[in-house]
Design a protein around this ligand. Structure first.
Ligand SMILES: C[S@@+](CC[C@H](N)C(=O)[O-])C[C@H]1O[C@@H](n2cnc3c(N)ncnc32)[C@H](O)[C@@H]1O
Length: 181
């Protein structure tokens, strides 16, 4: 009986600790993320998105705005050899992204910064999976800063005021935009 109790506790305590880290990390940055929680894009969606983007040069400059655990960065590296940049302000997600990149041997850069403070002019390809409240502020920033011809991919929610050149249905919609069209 004692063994059972200790065994259960040994399993549950680390899980509870991880949950607490997640909750704390989320609450700490809630004001800036507008409630955009650390939820990951599914592998099926990532696959569909990469298929739709077609072959890309390893020189493509790529950024994931709010990169979560960094899975998009790893997928871009594995598929196209692209070394992207990820912005992430949730400390929990940031640590996870760094750890997973390290374990996967993917040297993509993760910045623990607010992407609203960054200039997005240098990127050929911009990905985001953010909530409508955040996209409302991001849309004019991209209009101002993104380079002509840059491709912007938004998972699940559309960019207000932008006209997609493609909408893929893979579980939820994935919107593809090109600056200047
Ligand atoms: C829905 S998750 C998407 C994660 C990842 N891009 C993916 O598709 O799996 C959105 C992430 O954006 C981060 N985020 C939201 N606003 C941010 C900001 N202003 N600067 C940096 N990260 C932000 C959140 O912390 C969260 O982890």
């Amino acid at each position: 009986m004692k063994l059972f109790i200790f065994g259960t506790l040994a399993l549950l305590l680390p899980l509870a600790f991880l949950k607490l880290c997640y909750a704390l990390g989320t609450v700490l940055v809630l004001r800036r993320t507008g409630g955009a929680l650390f939820v990951s894009t599914s592998r099926a969606k990532i696959r569909a998105m990469l298929e739709a983007l077609g072959p890309l040069s390893p020189e493509t400059s790529f950024v994931d705005l709010g990169c979560g655990d960094g899975r998009l960065l790893r997928a871009m590296y594995r598929r196209f050899g692209i070394l992207g940049v990820g912005y992430e302000i949730n400390p929990w997600a940031y640590v996870l992204a760094r750890l997973k990149n390290f374990l996967a041997g993917v040297p993509a850069e993760i910045r623990r910064e607010d992407f609203f403070a960054a200039n997005l002019k240098d990127y050929d390809l911009i990905f985001c999976y953010l909530f409508p409240d955040v996209l409302k502020d991001l849309a004019p920033k991209l209009r101002k800063e993104a380079k002509e011809g840059a491709v912007i991919v938004s998972a699940n929610f559309p960019l207000p005021g932008w006209k997609p050149y493609l909408v893929l249905k893979e579980e939820d919609p994935i919107y593809f935009y090109r600056k200047g069209t």
